[in-house]
Design a protein around this ligand. Structure first.
Ligand SMILES: *[C@@H]1O[C@H](CO)[C@@H](O)[C@H](O)[C@H]1NC(C)=O
Length: 308
């Protein structure tokens, strides 16, 4: 088998998107536009929250953390994708590939934890309104954000270190548009059982537990608003929780489908479309869904524009 041919490779080829060459320009323009919208939308939110001291509350500070993480998450993959769509040989060096994978996991996990922290914040605000300020103290907020950073660093470092143990033989073609962990593990020619086990266990912990906690906290929010029904309260709960839940399901649904069922019956086409959903679409939608529909943000934006 491949064991005989242990010429270690120094470059990978990213095969990119399964699209026809004549559609390349169209997709290039679409991804460029989506990336610009992501960067500008998220930057706008970070700047607005930073400038307006009325918005220095836990909810908005978490939001600006989420925007920062979205911005970095899409910058890990999309610029490289755009560059590769224009180049003849879409190669990436081994170290570059591991770096991309590390930061992809890091910001992906960070996003997962921040969505959980934000759901907890809304849960406390709606179910314990009188104790909100004492529970969500500045100290707890900083601790939650720090804890998210520590856990994501640990998790992405673990996968990256485990990946450096693998050897890659003559096949260096990654059928994906970025250095995806499971695609790299499939490519390796040494034993990958440990990696697969760790991916499965950690994927379960990092994706499934936050997802269940988020769903539980929104369920509590629903039931507590239904207990004291007022048309306005119900409308507000459904409109905010509904849109949050749709982003959350899009992010967790597609990423857990990919990580927990890394089976061979998934066609590369299906996998790429699902990966595009959580790498390109959710970071773009998050700012719009979480904040630009929000009245306080509208006020801040109006004040910022009128000052000019
Ligand atoms: C992230 O959240 C922490 C804690 O609430 C806050 O102190 C910090 O300013 C936020 N960072 C950004 C970039 O918004």
């Amino acid at each position: 088998m491949a064991e005989n041919n242990q010429t270690l490779i120094s470059n990978f080829l990213l095969l990119g998107l399964p699209i026809k060459p004549e559609h390349n320009h169209l997709f290039y323009a679409t991804f460029l536009a989506m990336y610009l919208v992501t960067v500008l939308g998220n930057l706008l939110i970070i700047v607005l929250i930073l400038l307006d001291s009325h918005l220095h509350t836990p909810m908005y500070l978490f939001l600006s953390n989420l925007s920062l993480s979205d911005l970095c998450f899409s910058s890990v993959t999309i610029p490289k994708l755009l560059q590769n769509m224009k180049s003849q040989v879409p190669s990436i060096p081994y170290a570059g590939c591991l770096t991309q994978m590390y930061f992809f996991l890091f910001f992906g996990d960070l996003e997962s934890f921040l969505l959980l922290v934000m759901a907890y914040d809304r849960y406390v605000a709606i179910c314990f309104p009188l104790h909100y300020t004492s529970i969500m103290s500045a100290k707890l907020c900083v601790c939650l954000v720090m804890l998210s950073w520590v856990l994501t660093t640990f998790h992405s470092l673990l996968h990256t270190l485990l990946l450096t143990r693998l050897s890659f033989c003559e096949n260096n073609m990654i059928p994906h548009f970025f250095c995806d962990l499971s695609a790299l593990v499939k490519l390796a020619c040494s034993d990958t059982h440990v990696n697969e086990l760790v991916i499965f266990i950690m994927g379960g912990l990092i994706l499934v537990i936050p997802f269940l906690l988020i769903v539980m906290s929104y369920a509590r929010i629903f039931t507590s608003t239904l207990k004291v029904p007022s048309a306005q309260g119900i409308y507000k709960a459904f409109s905010t929780c509904g849109s949050h839940l749709s982003v959350v399901s899009l992010f967790y649904g597609t990423s857990s489908a990919l990580y927990l069922c890394p089976s061979s019956n998934n066609s590369p086409m299906k996998e790429t479309v699902m990966a595009l959903m959580y790498t390109v679409v959710t970071p773009m939608l998050n700012p719009f869904i979480y904040s630009l529909r929000n009245r306080d943000m509208h006020g801040t934006l109006r004040r910022a524009l009128c000052k000019k």
